[in-house]
Design a protein around this ligand. Structure first.
Ligand code: FES
Length: 576
């Protein structure tokens, strides 16, 4: 907990700027080389703006302006802003998958803070992995930090339809594959669904993580729902710039804010908003960086505590812009306030409960009451069983209820290539009752655990009107996706989890109510299969990929690197 105000001599940056002998003058000289005068930076907190902008990161195309907005606030509050570009981790362009690079961003951003004369940091991110990556970095660096979310893009519009990024695109693609719309219409709908810069406007991973980081208290209250291109977003950014300077003087650090109680609040809120399944992996990884354990059981318990009250796609109808004007995050939290610890501290120095004062729901169809939920309870189900000894996840609220208690025979795809090659084969032995199984799609196997978990429905079944089937994999799924998709099966098949031993025709039982996922094959047969199983070859012999494969943890542990997820000495740099 922060107590007295820092003095200038206690600023971390003073180790550089008031260093012994010629060190201080040398650093002054080099700052002046950038065109700054002594008055610009002397005795001021240095605030890093960690920017995840790049031309490939189109969700962050407004960041150059937001950087100016943040700088304005920092200057006004008496700080010295310094932009540090870090991995932009573009969801749309990074391949094989952006998840491969979340940890690289986290590591880079942590070291960028540690190695520079930085007293506090503004974390500028939003597109899926950037929020968690930056928070993981801030947790480990533990200097005062405030997250400025990118904000969601505007609502998509096409003809008379409102379109949500991702969810509407997937639906349009299914309609095209089923022959219900032509290619031109499909393309028009896809383009119309992403109408401005900003993050995906459904309750995808970006929206989910922005909201949860807000719940944790790491961004200004309700910053997470402000649309990216709204003038309010620029004002929020400059507010954050002003506030971070004060946070430095107050020495209010991320570890003062992200406590076990704050994390529990985030888990509960995750259920109420029907957050992306990716949030489990990211919240676990973030918690472990703060030295707190968060297990899959915490999510399972929270899932029974609160109903889904946010009526946003893909589980509902509306989009982030609607949520903002319906009252924003604080109004959502107000509805579930009995389940929250309101004493948790936040970046503005007030408690969560104080930030919720005056919160009001302006549209009761977007933010539902507890007596009129979108989904009664259990938005996410954490499954266990012989097919997933260390857990798996199902977004029940985005699944066909008829499939939540289902026994079907497996149609197995040994990897993504096999899936793409055979899924639309007219001779594929699949019916609407089959269970589609994808192997080799986990953290090491894929590699990087791509969002392949919403396996496509075979074309012949689409044409027959089938729109959902039970699908099982060790992959993730986009938060904008939907369907009865069992994800994050752990341990993954690449390391010999039972998923690796499933064969065509095996019976699989999904019982969401009992939280079970079982492969109905007897022990003797499983032992025989295990004896002949051999690990697939490694993807990488060198480079970052080899490091990733050697050190990434499994989904139930947050997929961080083993050497980053643990506490330990990491000394401040010697200044010379
Ligand atoms: Fe960037 Fe969805 S692609 S948030």
């Amino acid at each position: 907990m922060a107590s007295k105000r820092k003095t200038v001599g206690e600023l971390r940056s003073q180790r550089w700027f008031s260093g012994p002998g010629a060190v201080g003058p040398h650093k002054h000289r080099r700052i002046k080389q950038g065109g700054y005068s002594l008055e610009d930076f002397k005795d001021k907190p240095v605030i890093a703006i960690l920017s995840t902008w790049s031309d490939f990161q189109t969700c962050h195309a407004h960041f150059p302006q937001r950087i100016e907005d943040i700088k304005r606030g920092i200057w006004q509050a008496g700080g010295f802003p310094a932009v540090i570009p870090v991995q932009s981790v573009s969801e749309s362009f990074l391949r094989p998958t952006s998840m491969l690079y979340r940890n690289l961003l986290a590591m880079e951003a942590e070291e960028a803070i540690r190695a520079h004369p930085v007293d506090g940091a503004v974390l500028l991110g939003g597109c899926d992995k950037t929020g968690p990556g930056l928070v993981m970095a801030a947790a480990s660096a533990n200097v005062p930090a405030i997250f400025v979310p990118a904000g969601a893009m505007l609502k998509g519009r096409w003809r008379q339809h409102t379109l949500g990024t991702g969810s509407s695109t997937w639906a349009a693609e299914a309609d095209y594959r089923a022959g219900k719309i032509d290619q031109r219409e499909w393309m028009q709908m896809s383009e119309a669904s992403a109408r401005s810069t900003g993050t995906c406007n459904t309750m995808g991973t970006a929206s989910t993580m922005a909201l949860l980081i807000d719940v944790l208290g790491l961004s200004l209250p309700s910053a997470s729902t402000i649309p990216a291109v709204d003038a309010e977003h620029g004002r929020m950014a400059s507010d954050a710039g002003r506030r971070i300077v004060e946070m430095v003087w107050e020495d209010l650090k991320p570890s003062d804010i992200v406590t076990p109680a704050a994390l529990k609040n985030a888990v509960v809120a995750d259920m109420a908003i029907s957050g992306s399944t990716n949030s489990l992996i990211h919240l676990i990884a973030m918690a472990r960086r703060f030295g707190h354990e968060l297990s899959l059981d915490s999510f399972a318990a929270a899932s029974e505590l609160v109903p889904v009250i946010c009526n946003l796609m893909p589980a509902g109808q509306y989009l982030m812009e609607d949520l903002h004007f319906a009252g924003g995050l604080m109004a959502v939290l107000d509805v579930i306030r009995a389940r929250l610890d309101l004493s948790c501290r936040t970046v503005n120095g007030r408690t969560l409960g104080e930030n919720m004062e005056g919160a009001r729901v302006f549209d009761a169809d977007v933010i539902r009451g507890l007596d009129n939920p979108v989904y009664a309870s259990g938005a996410l189900v954490v499954l266990e069983g012989s097919l997933a000894p260390r857990g798996a996840v199902l977004k029940r609220s985005a699944a066909d209820p008829k499939l939540l208690d289902h026994v079907g025979s497996a149609v197995v795809f040994r990897d993504h290539h096999d899936l793409i090659a055979r899924i639309d084969d007219p001779d594929l032995q699949a019916t609407a009752d089959s269970v589609l199984v994808l192997q080799e799609a986990g953290p090491i196997g894929a590699p990087g655990m791509p969002e392949w978990g919403m396996l496509p429905i075979p074309k012949k079944l689409l044409e027959a009107g089938v729109r959902d089937m039970v699908r099982i994999s060790d992959a993730r799924m986009s938060g904008t996706s939907y369907g009865t998709c069992v994800l994050h099966v752990c341990p993954e098949s690449h390391v010999g989890g039972p998923l690796a031993l499933v064969r065509d025709g095996d019976l699989i039982r999904l019982d969401a109510a009992a939280r079970r996922l079982d492969l109905l094959v007897d022990d003797a047969e499983m032992a025989a299969r295990r004896r002949v199983w051999t690990a697939p070859p490694a993807h990488y012999e060198r480079g970052y990929g080899a490091m990733f494969s050697a050190h990434v943890l499994q989904a139930d542990e947050g997929c961080d690197f083993d050497y980053l997820a643990r506490p330990g000495v990491n000394p401040e740099p010697e200044i010379h």
